[in-house]
Design a protein around this ligand. Structure first.
Ligand code: PMP
Length: 288
């Protein structure tokens, strides 16, 4: 496997980052997870836009231009002979000293890994997931804006551990006010009386690229969609529920906190959305 590291492609065994990199010492950095479908980098420009927004938010200067980054992502896929896969793109603060000070890190590092990912066992895409609400709250916008896709995922990892302890593969995270924010690595949608509802990013949700794709699909299919405050009660009484994310794609949820959602089977609206999503991933984006 060839890894892009600061302008060069190197063998995986040689793709090394310093122990003084603040990405490692403090989780100081940002990333994107991007999918490649049959030679199409799905919504690459949208991912790069979000990366640049994250960088702005944490005052990080990405050392290459956006077109250079786009070219490097495509080249990483080609170098590894991939037609389908998952790309992890990260920008770390770079090498500094043992203090926090980001201004002592003169040069951010850029890493691109083009590989494969399987987030959930394939059968769950047909039968649906069983998930659980966990005690750990989503970090609020006043602490770290959830729109920043930062390298520090400890908040989400704690929630993931708690989901596993509850016998579930994924967790619902609430915000400080007790409203539904998102899952540990996915956004959440419910269907209620024919309407699609999802929490606004102000509630603690990442502005997911897959989530935005669902907005566009809903418009095309004529399904009303709203960003809405959601409680656990709303989720328990939803007709359908599904999660979205680059890794997860679109996956139905059939059980939450021991309650069946709807009739306990993936629902028809989820099915329609999923069918359209499968079409779009092949056409929306950048050919490698
Ligand atoms: N929320 C969180 C916390 C995430 O890490 C992700 C990405 N895995 C998402 C939502 C979904 O975002 P996207 O559709 O852009 O992958």
């Amino acid at each position: 496997m060839k890894i892009y590291l600061d302008g060069k492609f190197v063998a995986a065994a040689d793709a090394k980052i310093s122990v003084f990199d603040h990405g490692l010492l403090y989780g100081d950095g940002i990333f994107e997870g991007i999918r490649l479908y049959q030679g199409n980098v799905f919504r690459l420009e949208e991912h790069l836009e979000r990366l640049w927004y994250s960088a702005k938010a944490i005052l990080l200067n990405i050392p290459i231009s956006r077109p250079e980054m786009a070219a490097a992502v495509c080249e990483a896929c080609r170098q590894n002979g991939l037609r389908d896969g998952y790309i992890r793109l990260l920008v770390t603060r770079g090498i500094g000293d043992l203090g926090l000070s980001p201004w002592l890190c003169p040069k951010p590092s850029v890493v691109i890994i083009a590989d494969k990912i399987v987030l959930y066992p394939p059968e769950y895409y047909l039968t649906g997931l069983s998930i659980a609400t966990v005690p750990t709250r989503r970090v609020g916008p006043a602490a770290v804006p959830p729109m920043i896709k930062s390298l520090n995922y400890l908040n989400n990892i704690l929630a993931k551990i708690e989901a596993r302890q509850a016998g579930a593969l994924e967790a619902i995270m609430l915000n400080e006010a007790g409203f539904v924010a998102e899952c540990t690595g996915d956004n959440i949608f419910i269907v209620h009386k024919g309407r699609l509802l999802t929490p606004a990013s102000q509630q603690g949700a990442l502005k997911g690229i897959t989530r935005e794709t669902i907005f566009s699909i809903a418009q095309q299919l004529g399904i009303p969609l709203e960003e809405h405050e959601l409680t656990r009660y709303d989720l328990w009484n939803a007709d359908e529920c599904f999660l979205t994310g680059t890794g997860a794609e679109v996956i139905p949820v059939v059980k939450l906190d021991g309650r069946e959602i709807g009739d306990g089977k993936p629902g028809p609206v989820t099915g329609r959305v999923l069918t359209e999503f499968r079409q779009r991933v092949l056409t929306e984006g950048t050919r490698i």
